[in-house]
Design a binder for this molecule. Structure first.
Ligand SMILES: *[C@@H]1O[C@H](CO)[C@@H](O)[C@H](O)[C@H]1NC(C)=O
Ligand SMILES: *[C@@H]1O[C@H](CO)[C@@H](O)[C@H](O)[C@H]1NC(C)=O
Length: 312
């Protein structure tokens, strides 16, 4: 469920799929699309949207999310399949010849008999507001280039458009949903994601290759604009009979949020100063109590509050 208050320009799209997500907002209805009620089939592993990029160790599953409290940082994440490769992101302002670089961290994880690729996370800081940046990953090997635009400085009457998406998965309908978001004339600038990402847990042993296919599928949007993540029940990935007893293991390793930058101690909680003194509070189902406790403090520091909550 999401609640949006205030005069935000909101692109309300796509409330979909397997479990119900309820939204209340003042953004209006921007599409007459209603998804077919029947359960849809997942796109097969050899689908075009899951294609591995060309080149040895080419970075794949590139995604960005907000990297700080006010919109001047971005966390760039990607996966290299063969070896760790460079941890560096090179980035520059549009029309500028100065190149900056930042170095991130790399990790791998195992889930039952699956071993992930090399998962990189690199925070790029001190960005200018309302500026287009290009960035490169895979430095020194197969490089790939993307871009994003930072949000304008916080202030009164600065419009900003959020997309709201949840329960996406990787079916043919997921692909249609993403295309609707991309082609919507309201042009979402950041997605607030309301939980349930890949649905890899629908597969035997939670086949984590389906986390990789989801990452490759989503790259066409999330490499170019931040998606801000809320975890749902499909991120729990709890499989004690196969020795997987740490909840949220794949999700936490793959999809980062700037919880430290926002003063939160919990990886599922971020506070974010968005535009027009909007704050976004993002939390996880298991952190409900902490969330409620800290809401009072938050309300004092922000004029707007957006809550996202996933009901499993
Ligand atoms: C993991 O185990 C399952 C069930 O035994 C098997 O079908 C699958 O091929 C295995 N995967 C790997 C990467 O070994
Ligand atoms: C997914 O959607 C894109 C964009 O509309 C399209 O090019 C692609 O062929 C689709 N793939 C599948 C498997 O539906």
């Amino acid at each position: 469920m999401g609640v949006l208050r205030g005069r935000l320009v909101v692109l309300c799209l796509l409330i979909i799929c397997h479990e119900s997500v309820v939204l209340v907002c003042h953004g209006g209805i921007t599409s007459s699309f209603v998804r077919q009620p029947e359960k849809t089939i997942d796109m097969p592993l050899n689908s075009d949207v899951f294609k591995v990029p060309h080149g040895y160790n080419a970075p794949q599953q590139v995604h960005i999310t907000q990297g700080d409290h006010e919109g001047r940082a971005v966390i760039v994440s990607w996966v290299t399949p063969d070896e760790a490769g460079s941890r560096t992101v090179i980035y520059w302002r549009e029309n500028s010849k100065y190149r900056f670089s930042a170095k991130g961290a790399v990790l791998r994880y195992k889930f039952y008999n699956y071993t992930s690729g090399y998962i990189h996370h690199c925070t790029v800081k001190n960005l200018e507001f309302d500026t287009k940046y290009y960035y490169l990953v895979g430095v020194g090997g197969t490089t790939r280039q993307f871009w994003f635009r930072t949000p304008p400085r916080v202030g009164p009457d600065v419009p900003y458009t959020f997309g709201l998406i949840g329960d996406l998965g990787q079916s043919y309908d997921s692909n249609r949903t993403l295309a609707h978001y991309e082609t919507n004339p309201a042009k979402g600038q950041t997605v607030l994601y309301v939980g349930d990402l890949s649905y890899a847990d629908n597969y035997p042993f939670h086949d984590n290759r389906r986390w990789d296919t989801w990452g490759r599928f989503m790259e066409r949007s999330v490499a170019y604009q931040p998606w801000i993540w809320t975890a749902g029940n499909h991120e729990i990935d709890f499989l004690p009979e196969n020795g997987e007893t740490v909840p949220f293991k794949p999700f936490k390793r793959r999809y980062h949020v700037p919880y430290k930058a926002s003063g939160s101690t919990a990886p599922f909680g971020i506070r974010s100063r968005e535009l027009r003194h909007t704050s976004l509070y993002y939390h996880h189902i298991l952190h409900m109590e902490n969330t409620l406790l800290s809401l009072n403090g938050l309300k004092r520091s922000f004029q707007r509050l957006i809550g996202l909550k996933h009901h499993g």
